[in-house]
Ligand binder design. Sequence first.
Ligand SMILES: Cc1cc2nc3c(=O)[nH]c(=O)nc-3n(C[C@H](O)[C@H](O)[C@H](O)COP(=O)(O)OP(=O)(O)OC[C@H]3O[C@@H](n4cnc5c(N)ncnc54)[C@H](O)[C@@H]3O)c2cc1C
Ligand SMILES: NC(=O)c1ccc[n+]([C@@H]2O[C@H](COP(=O)([O-])OP(=O)(O)OC[C@H]3O[C@@H](n4cnc5c(N)ncnc54)[C@H](O)[C@@H]3O)[C@@H](O)[C@H]2O)c1
Length: 437
Amino acid sequence: MLASRLIPRTAVRSSFATRTSLPTVVSPASRWRRAYASQAEEKDLVIIGGGVAGYVAAIKAGQEGLKVACIEKRGALGGTCLNVGCIPSKSLLNNSHLYHQILHDTKNRGIQVGDVKLDLAGMMKAKDTSVTGLTKGIEFLFKKNGVEYIKGTGSFVNEHEIKVALNEGGETSVKGKNIIIATGSEATPFPGLEIDEKRVITSTGALSLQKVPEKMIVIGGGIIGLEMGSVWSRLGAKVTVVEFLDQIGGPGMDSEISKQALKLLKKQGVDFKLSTKVVSGDQSGETVKLEVDSAKGGKPETLDADVVLVAIGRRPYTSGLGLENAGLEVDERGRVVIDSEYRTKASHIRCIGDVTFGPMLAHKAEEEAVAAIEYIKKGYGHVNYGVIPSVMYTHPEVAWCQLACQDQPGHGRHGQDAGGSRDGQTPGVPHHRAQCG
Ligand SMILES: Cc1cc2nc3c(=O)[nH]c(=O)nc-3n(C[C@H](O)[C@H](O)[C@H](O)COP(=O)(O)OP(=O)(O)OC[C@H]3O[C@@H](n4cnc5c(N)ncnc54)[C@H](O)[C@@H]3O)c2cc1C
Ligand SMILES: NC(=O)c1ccc[n+]([C@@H]2O[C@H](COP(=O)([O-])OP(=O)(O)OC[C@H]3O[C@@H](n4cnc5c(N)ncnc54)[C@H](O)[C@@H]3O)[C@@H](O)[C@H]2O)c1
């Protein structure tokens, strides 16, 4: 369901088309010329970031007849979600669940199985195949809808011009009548622990470990901690989740449901230390050591593990973007400040997805992308922030619908008119919030 929601059906079909046809050979020099050729031309829309927010906006803009370019530095389209988020995590969740079920849940059902062995490299390959099929599919859709894909890192020169350090070397620049910032988010680091993606990992490392750790500690019992903790526990690691709050699933999850989920995950073999905070870490020895303390104060304890997963939240990503050159603001949490039509202080520059307000979810980013293009093209757009679904893909899955009114576009609006009233709402009142009332 997740994949079909995020990727237009044609993308899945088209991934076959791209895989069966020979790639066009374009020399670096001609690509450079092509990129440079776009320099003189001003686009109707330039998008920085080719994740869910950016690629959906780019394709929709192409379909609406806008001349559009999308700048992406990763070397692949699809952003966090397709490359190192939703898609690979769901592949591992699904396949580790099958493995675990065959190992532990067949005998009582009257099913006899022979020797069951984990082929971790094979499981990782299946995950990579899913990812490549989908990211190539997006590239195909860019071509089909006339979107120019610029592979490089974008940064503002001024309000209308973006300089791009090309992945292949060299530089170009593009101008946009409209610009959308869709640069996403990154894992929040834990102070004092250096992420090496081998022993101290974020979700990215947790998606490509080459062997099953004996012991894994997960800092943070939110969605990433529980999904990735489940994967490695099912594959044989002894997983301990250390969570600051007295419940799992983050503060958004209903506490009754959270209690039931806790019971079931414990039954599956995951250990929990709730109301416990990690105070410090030491990765200089053979194992990684963490000093933990009761959240309310108490006797400190030292835990150790082969691998520590840092899953304490994600933060907006605007590093090197040169927001200051366009006079744009971020709030105290690093989120780009926008009004209810996704406009920044410079009204032709909009911002959507994880890098701004609201829950960091792919379907939220996707809906904002469509609405932002509708604002640009037609002057009105709509996202219902009153009902944003969340799903934690553990077994069983846990789903809930959250009211994101306090944390939505317009909440941190700047001085200019943030009314979003072109569709008849009261001037000055962000209309998304009005729906939440
Ligand atoms: C492990 C994991 C699992 C997840 N699972 C789910 C799930 O099941 N369901 C769900 O709804 N959400 C899930 N999410 C959240 C989801 O991935 C994000 O909400 C979504 O990716 C946000 O999309 P975005 O386009 O705003 O940002 P991103 O996907 O982060 O894309 C931003 C892109 O911008 C690029 N970029 C940044 N700066 C520049 C620059 N200066 N120049 C050029 N390019 C730049 C980055 O390389 C990146 O590719 C998951 C996240 C993680 C980490
Ligand atoms: N299935 C999905 O939709 C899905 C899957 C993965 C990620 N995501 C997105 O990614 C975001 C980030 O996920 P996440 O799990 O990193 O963040 P999160 O906000 O869901 O959970 C982080 C948890 O870490 C705890 N914590 C923070 N500091 C701590 C400390 N020092 N010691 C112990 N615990 C600590 C917090 O109390 C919280 O419960 C999610 O909010 C979600 O938007 C979604």
